[in-house]
Structure formats: C-alpha cells, structure tokens
Ligand binder design. Structure first.
Ligand SMILES: [Zn+2]
Length: 112
C-alpha cells in the first residue's frame, strides 16, 4: 500500500502493546508475541522492529501494521489505515503538549 510511505503510522511494537498484546523483546531487536489472529499458544509471531513487519509462523499471516490492525479488528484496509493515522495524530498531539510543557518550564526559569 502506498499510503504509509506518505503517512507516518505508529510504531508496530508500540501499537501492538496499545492493543493489549504482550510483546517480548529478544536481544537482536526482534520481538515475539502470541499471535492474536489465530489459536496460537507458542509465541509464533515475530516482529521485526527495523523493517516494521510481523509474521506468524502458525497462521502464515504477516505484513505491516495496518495489515495487522485489519486482521485484528476486522477492518477494511482503508479503515485500518485511518485508525492508525488517528493514533499517530494523538501521539503527535501528546508529544507537542510535552514539548510545550518543557518550553514553558524553560521560559519560567529564564524569567527568575
Ligand atoms: Zn497467527
């Protein structure tokens, strides 16, 4: 899908944790999780943080974060991307708020 070349979607591991999925990090930047898309009990899902892709060796599903959300929520591709864009916008707004807080406290210190 072309959309996520233009739009920054939330980080895969961050989003999966937000969806209540327990993600375990291995030493090499590879993460494992029990796949919520099938009857997995074995931590069959591998998440490559660098490439931002997941793959489940149990149900053979894999792809980018919007593909995961599509399967997880039963969304269409478009719905999944919109959902993630919204999440990214919330993250950005929160970051902005944090940045403003820091700026405010720096300015307050300067005035003293
Ligand atoms: Zn699976």
């Amino acid at each position: 899908m072309k959309l996520d070349d233009k739009v920054t979607l939330p980080d895969m591991v961050t989003q999966m944790k937000r969806e209540g999925i327990e993600v375990i990090e291995s030493a090499a930047g590879v993460h494992f999780a029990t796949c919520p898309l099938c009857n997995d009990t074995d931590m069959s899902m591998t998440i490559n943080d660098e490439r931002q892709i997941f793959v489940c060796s149990n149900c053979d599903r894999g792809g980018r974060i919007h593909t995961f959300i599509k399967y997880l929520k039963g969304f269409s591709s478009k719905q999944a991307v919109l959902y993630l864009v919204k999440q990214a916008a919330i993250d950005m707004a929160n970051e902005k708020k944090e940045a403003q807080k820091i700026i405010n406290s720096l300015e307050a210190n300067n005035e003293k």
